[in-house]
Ligand binder design. Structure first.
Ligand SMILES: CC(C)(CO)[C@@H](O)C(=O)NCCC(=O)O
Ligand code: NA
Length: 632
């Protein structure tokens, strides 16, 4: 197979992507508040509507890794992976209704401020460092993947792509702030969808129509039924994907700063929740597009696997090989597809730069320089966004060491995102956890997770079987060799039973997040009870999620209250609300609000009123105000 040749139309389309992305950055550098405040640069002035927020949420973790990885996965192993879509239901509902409202209530800028409010400064810093580590490693994979794949099929130098991507992205992120990041995400998402649809349409046409594609895959047994095998060591089953996947989604959509920042950039909490709802169909669409492309690929290569023929050396090159194969005669389309995979990468690393700048600012700079001027703070934020861009370039070198990129990326989410999710879960659901417990949980879980994850990657690389996929019955191919047949024959040999460490390493990577988060929770609770657990009345009720009220909603209030373990949720409710004070309810004297009923029906019995005031007939409860006692 020759290298993919680009016509001038292809170059033009690719150039348009880069020019429009940079132009959006320039537009937001010169309009609105001109990126002069951190509110604008890091939080888009909290002015975004739900549609751009949703598309941006979608684009953050949808990079060239998924675009190249999902079809290759489906092509090789059949459609089982598609069941990951099941996990999106709870994987998005829980972030929308548990994590998001909590961050809004606490008015944080960095998600890890929560850890400071719930535990202490050390836990907050540990959380932030974990996040930085996760995103920096992930960025390396995201930047390197498209560059490597492009190199394989077009001969374009890997480091040229890496530098073009890194530099363009650093520029528009640094000058345009979060508004530019979100609007380029919107544009790039559309390019991603267009590029993949073009390949599917042309590919399906060549294979005799989509119905034919479906039938070929069906006859070959590629359309997997639901696999209910509970074995957690099996890579993809209904449980690993549909259940383990929920935890991966929680780590990404619940507590990852990149996404939390998008929630906070929305006009209102309602608008933010709505954007998460809108992510659901979009995410399903992306998964379906990737999966169908895998099926179309199979239909084309059912009789002759390019991997076995030696034309393709890794699974990650399959998609580009296929694109080159079917789009060659359509000038412009190869360019569109390359624009599509670059869009995937750009929209991910731009989110990463901006969120990394935000946490570094909020968790490391602001607390130590509280009097910094807004002008200087914005300048520092821009410097940070730019610095992370350069770090990301360096990380691309490291990524060249990983195996299959899709499982590598998802493993990173679980290896580092899992322990981080665990910190939030043990904080939000278990009031007894103290700071020592939380830190211990992280300190035990993270190394264990890295050992499991890296061990698994190394073990699998060392024991990688011959290429799987369609049989090499390339009888019509002149370069068919017996070597290929021999290579293929070994795939049918049953894998040996695994024991000891090998068994440990073979835990499905889809369970990583859940497993690693669970380690934090168990260690966190055990250590808390050994070192003296925190009493319910001593934690800030705003940092706890009253899960019992939801699980046991049918119980009468007074029973449920007993299950609050002393956490003063009722006070929080009033602190958060505005109390309606009608004429005849003005029973209070000298600023005492006793006898007042709040809007949600609580009767204030006792309070401390120094921080309260009556505004337009409403009692406004200011931060710091404590309602000492309430009754329903
Ligand atoms: C994160 C999910 C699973 C969410 O659908 C998906 O977008 C995905 O497989 N991402 C892989 C990582 C990446 O594309 O960078
Ligand atoms: Na992306």
């Amino acid at each position: 197979m020759g290298k993919l040749t680009f016509s001038w139309v292809d170059y033009l389309i690719f150039a348009i992507l880069l020019v429009i992305s940079t132009a959006i950055g320039l537009y937001y550098a010169l309009s609105g508040g001109r990126q002069k405040t951190t509110q604008e640069f890091l939080l888009a002035d909290r002015s975004m509507g739900f549609v751009p927020v949703a598309l941006s949420l979608l684009a953050t973790f949808q990079s060239a890794v998924a675009i190249l990885g999902v079809p290759a996965e489906i092509y090789t192993f059949g459609t089982q992976y598609w069941f990951l879509g099941v996990s999106y239901i709870f994987g998005l509902l829980i972030p929308a209704h548990v994590f998001l409202p909590l961050f809004y209530r606490l008015k944080v800028t960095s998600a890890y401020e929560y850890l400071g409010l719930r535990f202490n400064k050390s836990v907050r810093i540990a959380g932030t460092l974990t996040f930085i580590f996760q995103m920096v490693v992930y960025m390396g994979v995201v930047l390197y993947t498209p560059a490597l794949a492009l190199n394989a099929v077009t001969g374009l130098n890997v480091w040229i792509s890496v530098v073009v991507l890194g530099v363009i992205c650093t520029i528009y992120t640094t000058i345009g702030g979060l508004k530019a990041v979100i609007w380029t995400d919107v544009f790039q998402t559309l390019v991603m969808i267009a590029g993949q649809l073009a390949v599917i349409i042309v590919g399906a046409q060549n294979a005799g129509g989509i119905a034919n594609v479906w039938e070929i895959n069906s006859n070959a047994g590629k359309l997997s039924g639901i696999d209910f095998d509970p074995d957690p060591f099996k890579r993809h089953t209904f449980w690993t994907l549909g259940f383990g996947g929920v935890f991966m989604m929680l780590a990404l959509y619940g507590v990852n700063q990149a996404q939390v920042q998008r929630y906070l950039s929305a006009r209102s909490e309602k608008e933010a929740i709505f954007s998460v709802y809108l992510v659901f169909p979009c995410q399903q669409l992306m998964l379906a597009i990737g999966s169908i492309m895998g099926l179309v690929m199979y239909a084309r290569y059912q009789e002759c696997n390019p991997r076995v023929m030696g034309d393709v050396t890794t699974n990650d090159q399959m998609v580009l090989y296929f694109v080159m194969d079917v789009l060659q005669d359509y000038p412009g389309l190869p360019g569109l597809f390359v624009a599509c995979i670059f869009s995937g990468a750009l929209s991910t690393i731009s989110s990463a730069f901006n969120s990394l700048a935000t946490v570094t600012m909020a968790d490391f700079v602001k607390p130590y320089f509280p009097n910094m001027t807004e002008k200087r703070a914005t300048l520092v934020s821009k410097g940070l966004a730019c610095m992370y861009g350069l770090v990301c370039l360096a990380m691309a070198f490291l990524a060249s060491l990983m195996g299959s990129v899709l499982s590598a990326a998802l493993s990173i989410f679980g290896m580092v995102g899992g322990p981080l999710l665990g910190l939030f879960i043990v904080g939000m659901l278990f009031p007894w956890t103290n700071a020592i417990g939380a830190i211990s949980g992280l300190v035990v879980s993270l190394p264990l997770a890295l050992w499991l994850g890296i061990g698994s990657i190394m073990y699998n690389n060392a024991n990688a079987g011959p290429p799987a996929g369609p049989p090499p019955q390339c009888l019509n191919m002149s370069d068919f060799t017996t070597a290929a047949t021999t290579a293929f024959a070994t795939t049918t040999v049953a894998p040996p039973a695994l024991t000891g460490l090998a068994k440990f390493y073979s835990l499905s990577y889809m369970w990583y997040t859940a497993h690693n988060a669970a380690v934090v929770v168990v260690v966190g609770l055990v250590v808390s009870f050994i070192t003296g657990y925190t009493k319910g009345q001593d934690v800030d009720p705003r940092t706890i999620f009253p899960i019992m009220d939801y699980l046991l909603f049918f119980l009468p209030r007074r029973y449920r209250q007993k299950l609050h373990c002393g956490v003063r949720f009722d006070e929080m409710k009033i602190e958060d609300s505005t109390v309606a004070v009608t004429e005849d309810e003005h029973k209070y004297e000298d600023g005492k609000y006793s006898g007042t009923t709040t809007e949600d029906g609580y009767n204030i019995v006792k309070d401390s009123t120094e921080n309260s005031s009556v505004i337009n007939g409403h009692m406004k409860v200011k931060p710091g105000h404590v309602i000492l006692e309430t009754r329903m």
